[in-house]
Design a protein around this ligand. Sequence first.
Ligand code: ADP
Length: 168
Amino acid sequence: MGITILKGDITGQRVDAIVNAANSSLLGGGGVDGAIHRAGGPAILAECRELRASRYERGLPTGQAVATTAGRLEARWVIHTVGPVYSADEDRSALLASCYRESLRVAGELGAGSVAFPAVSAGVYGWPAGSAAQIAVDAVRASATDVDDLRFVLFNDEVYAAFARALG
Ligand code: ADP
């Protein structure tokens, strides 16, 4: 598996699957979630609503992942995962690692060969960039996956630098 880091907007990536840092409602939010829904159009939200009505009546639990269409995006699928809100009192890093592991598991089920990830939990959910990057890199390196092109697409300099350090 090749791991690369890029700076920019994840919605423009030509990959099989784009991962969304969603919230458990699956009904949209700010940050990368808002950008993905805006760029991908209403088909993504329509499928998210169906998932809420069928499989996830109480929302998608933190650390889990589920795929929908990517609508108008170049990608074929959006894989929605729910990162943990950062806590200084409680170690939630296993849940953050689970987001990457579960997203890669879903990607494998879909047969996706290329996947782009944002820095899950590193925005509104408050995770410090250095720690978020290290957990992400360790989690994908530890995953047994058939994905051969894995990209972290980072939106700002601080997070990009953190992922560069974590990759070593
Ligand atoms: P969370 O609620 O999981 O923290 P956010 O969307 O607030 O999710 O932030 C996650 C990361 O995604 C942050 O580093 C943020 O800067 C970044 N981000 C925001 N918009 C985009 C985008 N269009 N492409 C890639 N990353 C983005």
